[in-house]
Write a protein that binds this ligand. Sequence first.
Ligand code: UDP
Length: 322
Amino acid sequence: MALKLIVTGGAGYVGSVCTAKLLKAGHEVVVVDDLSTGHADAVPEGARFVEGDAADATASLLAEGFDGVLHFAAKSLVGESMSDPGKYWRGNVFTAIRLLDAMREHGTARLVFSSTAATYGEPEVSPIPETAPTQPTNTYGASKLAIDHAITSYARAHGLAAVSLRYFNVAGAYGRYGERHTTETHLIPLVLQVATGDRDQIQIFGEDYPTSDGTAVRDYIHVADLADAHLLAVQHATAGEHRIYNLGNGTGFSVRQVIETCRDVTGHEIPAVAAPRRAGDPAVLVAASDRAREELGWKPEHADLHDIVSDAWHFTEKRRRA
Ligand code: UDP
């Protein structure tokens, strides 16, 4: 069934890939983005683009009648969330509540929300199921968890059909849509910057973790697979329910393994140096995604780390040549 949807943050990394896939599947999409971190030229062709605040601009649009909202727009820098928490409580939580109120006012039925593995904090079990305790270690994770709680109560009280997707480490690219953060903190794009010569070396944050090679382990998921889960989520959302799904491949790779894969893909030496641990970084974050597979019928198609890094590298090289 073709749906009429608003995508907040559709000029950003995950939002633009998801918009491209929604359009390809025949849905009608309006992108709302304030371009604070997104790029106007990343909004996929075929989507209507409204520049504005994720709550205010969306509220004005909702009066036109929409089937649902996919809410990606958010502040997402862990370090900044600790030094400037107000930006996260206002920018993430307050914006989301205003969006929920606008959706209620206009009777908008469906919501898909970008949540995060950071809601779990330092895990007690691995891989992490959705039933694991949520004890975020940073304000970014706390702000996303607060929104998840708000969505649960709005769904129960007002009949909203809601799904939160908790992303593990998103990477890779989809066609001309990929990671273009002005402030880049993520491992794979930073390592690829060493390969392109934009950075001299990569720092390994911590070599004394209780893991096989002492470096931190993460579950990398291809952005195209992540987007597919959103398409399934918007279709499966059920009135009065808030469902939560972890999205990852269920396999962990260490920082050293990621760097080695990047060397293999790029053919560059990529010098790496040891650096202290980054505050708030758990040793291992791996997803149990059985619930998404069973209930949404989600099946990741690009689980291989080599494929994920290759797609990120092709995107990086193409942009450099453009
Ligand atoms: N990391 C690193 N060097 C960097 C950037 C990241 O060693 O320059 C590590 C980081 O400490 C973490 C892993 O790479 O263990 C993934 O970090 P990223 O920021 O990509 O994602 P996160 O897991 O924090 O969401």
